[in-house]
Design a protein around this ligand. Structure first.
Ligand SMILES: Nc1ncnc2c1ncn2[C@@H]1O[C@H](COP(=O)(O)OP(=O)(O)O)[C@@H](O)[C@H]1O
Ligand SMILES: [Mg+2]
Length: 454
């Protein structure tokens, strides 16, 4: 009887954004005494409200007067037929097993130890796949170590490709694990200009977004760039930055009235690192999407790491969308220092779309950053798992507490956490878990952990 609602719910959890969905729940009761009738209805309302909260995570509120009118005229008396549900049926309203506490031990990869109970904590990516993982913590608390540990254990335990965007050379130790490839953007780059897993038109749009994450573009520049990318695709099978620059120059000479616009666009494009858009000796993305890959982005000049990382995420999003929907784990992507990618509107859009689009297709995303505010709001709101390391900064604790709905005692406890200790909260689980993460040895990593000024 609640199929419609379930369908809606499933579509939303797959990542679709509802524009506006209104659902009216009408409780009915009978009594001759108005006072008692009111009490009965009130109780029913409360039951409904807690059932919906517990099973679907939906908040109900009392309808306003004009909404009651609207419900009567459009809904109850109009076209749409209300669904009648008996109270005895409400128990079936549980598309996700909230009532059963999500099992955090025994299945999945090993994370560490519950500080309070001494039990071992496991994390099952398959179970929480529809939602991504957000890791927050100040520098030096153990974010990278946690990501590394997750990567290592996932590679060993699951037969799925995992992509790591290594911006600082901290994950290279993973390349010792069997089956892991390293993509070095200098030696064996990926030609990120090609329309991998998508149409030329869409890729051209994406490339415009990508370049906007690096440099501002005016609307005219944006348009010229888009058209020129499309022309590059027509010109040759493997266009690169030089092809693109050549085409913009040709366009420039045939549009003398727009001379200045072309000139500024050209300067911006010429600044791009040709390595990022290299045409020859490139990696075939078709073969690497199926493998565990460390993208050694730290080998690129600092200012191009971001654009390369974002382009990889676009390509991965495109790839996921070519597959059939699934609820099995199919691909995992780890993004450390996510703030570096989400610091512009375009960058943030690319990360959001990866998280949102990949969801129904078996893509798990784990993102780490220093502050909870580094994450786009919808990425946070849809995070299934939040792992927060401790800090003694008041602002940090307050920001975290707001999202995790921590009480005073829990806030206080956050300030006492040591390196490697974190609070884990999983959607649908009211109880936060305090965990000591038991890490993998990162022996081979380059020691380039420097204090960052942000
Ligand atoms: N779970 C842990 N147990 C013990 N030591 C840890 C743990 N996590 C991190 N460390 C140590 O703390 C230091 C900083 O860790 P790192 O993961 O680089 O932090 P972040 O990425 O948050 O800056 C490293 O020397 C690391 O070995
Ligand atoms: Mg780190």
């Amino acid at each position: 009887k609640l199929q419609k609602l379930e369908t809606l719910f499933n579509r939303i959890s797959r990542g679709e954004t509802p524009v506006n969905v209104k659902m009216y729940l009408v409780a009915t009761a009978q009594d001759k005494n108005v006072r008692r009738l009111y009490e009965k209805l009130k109780r029913k309302g409360e039951t409904l409200s807690s059932t919906f909260k517990a099973s679907l995570g939906l908040e109900l509120r009392k309808a306003f007067e004009e909404e009651v009118l609207e419900a009567i005229t459009h809904g109850l008396l109009g076209e749409s037929k209300p669904i009648t549900v008996l109270e005895s049926n409400l128990g079936f309203l549980t598309p996700i097993g909230y009532v059963k506490r999500p099992k955090i031990s025994g299945e999945g990869i090993f994370i560490g130890e519950d500080i309070d109970y001494g039990t071992l904590v496991f994390y099952d990516f398959e179970k929480y796949l529809t939602k991504h993982m957000v890791i927050v913590g100040p520098t030096g608390r153990g974010k990278t170590t946690l990501l590394y540990t997750i990567a290592k254990r996932v590679i060993e335990q699951y037969d799925v490709p995992i992509w790591v965007l290594d911006l600082r050379g901290e994950f290279i130790g993973l390349s010792k694990t069997i089956g892991v490839s390293v993509v070095d953007p200098e030696k064996t780059p990926v030609n990120l200009m090609l329309p991998w897993f998508t149409s030329p038109r869409l890729r051209a749009r994406q490339l415009v977004d990508l370049i906007k994450a690096l440099t501002d573009l005016e609307p005219t520049e944006e348009y010229v760039l888009y058209m020129s990318i499309l022309k590059s695709y027509e010109r040759t099978q493997h266009p690169n930055l030089e092809t693109l620059i050549g085409i913009i120059k040709e366009e420039k000479s045939s549009n003398p009235e727009l001379e200045l616009k072309f000139y500024t666009l050209l300067t911006k494009i010429e600044q791009l690192n040709s390595k990022v858009f290299l045409g020859s000796n490139y990696n075939n993305v078709f073969s690497i999407v199926k493998k565990p890959v460390i993208f050694a982005l730290y080998k690129l000049p600092e200012e191009y790491r971001k654009i390369y990382a974002l382009a990889i995420l676009q390509v991965l999003t495109n790839y996921m969308l070519t597959l059939t929907p699934t609820n099995k784990l199919r691909h995992l992507v780890l993004i450390d220092e996510a703030w570096r990618l989400t610091d512009t509107k375009s960058g943030s859009k690319i990360v959001r779309s990866l998280v949102k689009e990949g969801r129904g297709y078996g893509l798990a995303v784990a993102l780490a950053s220093q502050d909870i505010t580094d994450f786009p709001k919808d990425v946070l709101d849809n995070a299934g798992t939040i792992i927060v390391f401790g800090s003694n900064s008041k602002d940090y604790i307050e920001a975290v507490a707001k999202y995790m709905k921590l009480n005073e005692g829990e806030k206080e406890r956050m300030t006492w956490l040591k390196t490697g200790e974190a609070l884990i909260r999983i959607t649908g689980d009211p109880r936060p878990i305090w965990v000591k993460i038991i890490p993998e040895n990162m022996e081979t990593r380059n020691i380039i952990t420097k204090v960052e000024n942000r």
